[in-house]
Design a binder for this molecule. Structure first.
Ligand SMILES: [Zn+2]
Length: 374
């Protein structure tokens, strides 16, 4: 996912908009105004038509958000962490910090979204029907029946059995339950996802060539996205399987190049960064671990001050964010590496620095284990 920003918080879940979302918002609003509403509501003044189209588009994406909220709230009830919901060009995504613990939990989380969309579809169709006799009934009727129809499409499309669509998750839950093997269940469900994606690409292009309707290209694009997602979610599960339960001590670098607390940033850059080519160094004060110094922290200090500022003043102190215990498994370590700790974690036990670990270290371990078949 690319760059996004937060617009609010609902039920303790951060709601974010990815900047690609604005493209699809704009497209939907333009299509509604120039196509559907121009046909169905020819009497509306142009300005009002645009206003109605914008309002309808907002309600449509609110529906997508409610679909994701349904997933997230059920996931929270199942004890999973939710780091937020992001709306982006292809819809919405609930970011879970871990995978469901059982097939039953996965099924409930997956089915909640399409069920919610189905309920919304009926709600909007009911509104369209109920408001039709009233003043402005034709406008409301058109808006709400379109929203009802689109929510119906959301429910049905998401139920297609290709992982990582909701229907693919339902399929994986079923396979997981019967095979008792999450990796194998994911492999099969993700293969369905890839096949479905390819069918959408081929079908979408054919549809476009036959009708010259750009909707076909859109379907092909979503199909392409689905094949990518299916592939990467399977790799994710394989990675997780290979790294869970493997202690970080097997992958960490034990020969640590540390930096004394009282040298200047100039010295850090010329004597350490340039010589050893590491993006981060532990800082020691008479053998006592102070924290982790990242290149980003040095860059945060204006260059002309590098001669006077010392490492101790800019080092990020030892905290939960940049340390792990030697007993942590490599999968958890990988999940905890962020830009904040410049992708490095200090392996510490009882205040003593045992090693430092990076993504590359873990990938090397993974590679070795795969070659050995262990
Ligand atoms: Zn969903």
């Amino acid at each position: 996912m690319t760059k996004s920003f937060r617009i609010g918080r609902i039920f303790g879940i951060d709601i974010e908009l990815d900047y690609t979302w604005f493209i699809v918002f704009f497209l939907v609003a333009v299509l509604l105004s120039t196509d559907l509403f121009a046909d169905r509501l020819p009497g509306l003044p142009l300005g009002v038509r645009w206003l109605v189209a914008t309002f309808t588009t907002v309600l449509f994406f609110a529906s997508v958000l409610i679909h994701e909220l349904a997933h997230s709230l059920v996931a929270k009830r199942q004890g999973l962490g939710i780091s937020g919901i992001t709306l982006f060009i292809f819809g919405g995504v609930s970011k879970m910090t871990d995978e469901p613990k059982s097939a039953g939990a996965e099924f409930k989380i997956a089915i909640a979204g399409p069920l919610m969309s189905g309920v919304l579809a009926m709600f909007f169709l009911f509104l369209a029907f109920a408001l039709r006799p009233f003043p402005g009934g034709q406008v409301f009727g058109t808006v709400f029946s379109w929203l009802g129809f689109m929510n119906g499409i959301l429910a049905v499309f998401n139920l297609l059995p290709g992982f990582p669509l909701d229907g693919g998750r339902v399929l994986r839950a079923g396979l997981w339950q019967s095979l008792a093997d999450l990796t194998e269940a994911t492999r099969i469900a993700a293969t369905f996802g890839q096949v479905l994606g390819i069918l959408m690409i081929v079908g979408g292009i054919f549809f476009f060539l036959l009708t010259m309707n750009a909707g076909g290209l859109w379907i092909a694009l979503i199909g392409w996205f689905l094949t990518q997602m299916a592939q990467s979610s399977y790799q994710q599960v394989v990675l997780r399987q290979a790294l869970s339960g493997v202690p970080v001590t097997g992958a960490m670098t034990r020969e640590i190049q540390s930096v004394p607390a009282d040298i200047t940033l100039d010295q850090v850059v010329y004597d350490y960064v340039m010589r050893y080519n590491h993006p981060a160094f532990p800082v020691l004060d008479n053998g006592q671990l102070l924290g982790l110094l990242c290149l980003a922290d040095i860059r945060g200090v204006p260059r002309q001050q590098w001669a006077s500022v010392i490492a101790r003043q800019v080092v990020l102190p030892v905290s939960e964010a940049n340390t792990i215990t030697p007993h942590t498994d490599a999968w958890n370590a990988l999940a905890r590496m962020t830009t904040e700790n410049c992708g490095r974690l200090l392996v510490v036990e009882a205040g003593e620095l045992l090693g430092i670990i990076s993504r590359t270290d873990i990938m090397r371990l993974m590679h070795m284990r795969m070659q050995l078949g262990v």
